[in-house]
Write a protein that binds this ligand. Structure first.
Ligand code: ADP
Ligand code: MG
Length: 268
């Protein structure tokens, strides 16, 4: 398999107004093409900083991000942020919001329309194409944001706690939407969350980050079946074991240790 996304020795220090914050100390990991990887870590540990460095929105202090063996350039990635309300333009219809980033690409008008129609269909919003974002529920607005990212056909989709602000039922639906899209389209997804259950439910792999200054505390393979559903997966014994393990690692991370724990806690 070709390594798609390689982060090596990434360090980010924020400097300004006499303050110096080392947000990310040293992050090294790889995301393979077509993988769905979840990143989980305590609040303030530098998850957003990392994604911004990966997407080219911030320049790392040291280290680098390579995509298909080349330094990353902004158009390779698409973002879905938590604040969907602020990421959509209220004066544009749903269709126009999804189409907007495509205008930066050398595409014909016909092709653009095709991509928009296809993306809206994928997220179940065909009927809402002519609506304005403010006419839609929070969950639907987040679907628009996902459609916009999909239509762009990025090499990697970066999602930063995208469902943190929606209610539990909507969140479950959106999680299944992401898994469905990933399986249908074979896209590479890096999904950041502070929610352990969400990370285990969604990911093929979970990267556990330490508290800031951040390093990768552990990489855990999620050996649950590919067919997952909210009802059965979340009550499976293996799901409980995995989430407990991640929870313990995050608690250890918060204490600031690289606590490997007693051997019986270590999953094989
Ligand atoms: P997370 O997304 O995991 O909650 P962030 O990446 O937002 O974490 O922040 C990581 C650390 O960097 C925090 O300590 C935060 O206060 C700090 N930080 C984030 N952005 C800036 C900034 N623009 N200037 C200074 N410090 C920042
Ligand atoms: Mg964040």
């Amino acid at each position: 398999m070709h390594a798609s996304l390689v982060v090596s020795g990434l360090n980010k220090v924020y400097e300004g107004s006499g303050r110096r914050v080392e947000a990310v100390r040293d992050l090294t990991f790889t995301v393979e093409a077509g993988e769905l990887v979840c990143l989980v870590g305590p609040s303030g540990c530098g998850k957003t900083t990392l994604l911004k460095c990966m997407g080219g929105l911030l320049t790392p202090t040291a280290g680098e991000v390579r995509l298909n063996d080349r330094p990353v350039r902004p158009p390779g990635m698409a973002f879905v942020f938590q604040e969907y309300g602020r990421s959509l333009f209220p004066w544009m219809r749903v269709r126009e919001n999804v189409e907007l980033p495509l205008k930066q690409k050398p595409l014909s008008k016909v092709r653009r329309r095709e991509l928009v129609t296809d993306a809206l269909e994928s997220v179940g919003l065909t009927d809402a194409a002519g609506a304005y974002p403010w006419q839609l529920s929070g969950g639907m607005q987040q679907r628009v944001a996902i459609a916009r990212a999909l239509a762009y056909e990025p090499d990697v989709l970066l999602m930063d706690e995208p469902f943190a602000a929606v209610d539990a039922q909507t969140r479950a639906d959106l999680e299944d939407l992401v898994r469905g899209l990933w399986r249908e389209r074979g896209i590479t997804i890096l999904f950041v969350t502070h929610d352990i259950d969400e990370a285990v439910y969604l990911g093929e792999r979970v990267l556990i980050l330490s508290a800031s200054p951040t390093v990768v505390q552990e990489q855990l393979k999620v050996d649950l079946p590919d067919e997952r559903d909210q009802l059965h997966t979340r009550v499976a014994p293996r799901f409980a074991e995995l989430r407990t393990h991640v929870y313990e690692q995050i608690q250890a991370a918060k204490r600031g240790g690289t606590d490997t724990g007693p051997p019986e806690k270590t999953l094989t």
